[in-house]
Design a protein. Sequence first.
Length: 163
Amino acid sequence: MGTNRSAMLEPVDALRQGLPPLDPSAVSSSASCALPARYEAVRSARQFTRRTLADWEVPERFDDICLVVSELVTNALRHALPADAPLGQEPPVRLHLMRWASRAVCAVRDPSYESPVAGGAGEDFAAESGRGLFLVESFSDGWGWHPLAGTLSGKVVWALFTL
């Protein structure tokens, strides 16, 4: 897993396109890591998030943010990767964490343009799958997604947390 803890990726503006209004100049910290197309990447994403939040001294939403990161990365790996994706290329999923004075955002970029689908009110939440975005909605203060344009392909699914 590659990490870039000192700065965000070049396409920060592309990531922010779908986020709620936040002053980009007020970002106090950011971190990013590439995740390989393996389910072990969910654990790596959680560990990366724990280390980053500890560095940022953000204990109050620690469990909520780690849970949401796990769900968003799992969804990207399960639903957004093509079945025939070559394993030797650049990791197809990327986790971004951004912190403002009173907010934090986790965003997961994947290569699919497909809209994430939350489970409906009539669905069986005891089922093995289909609960991920319900949990994201329940544990974050807001979430959404946005297709990427330009040189980046795919989408970003994000979740916002007040601190």
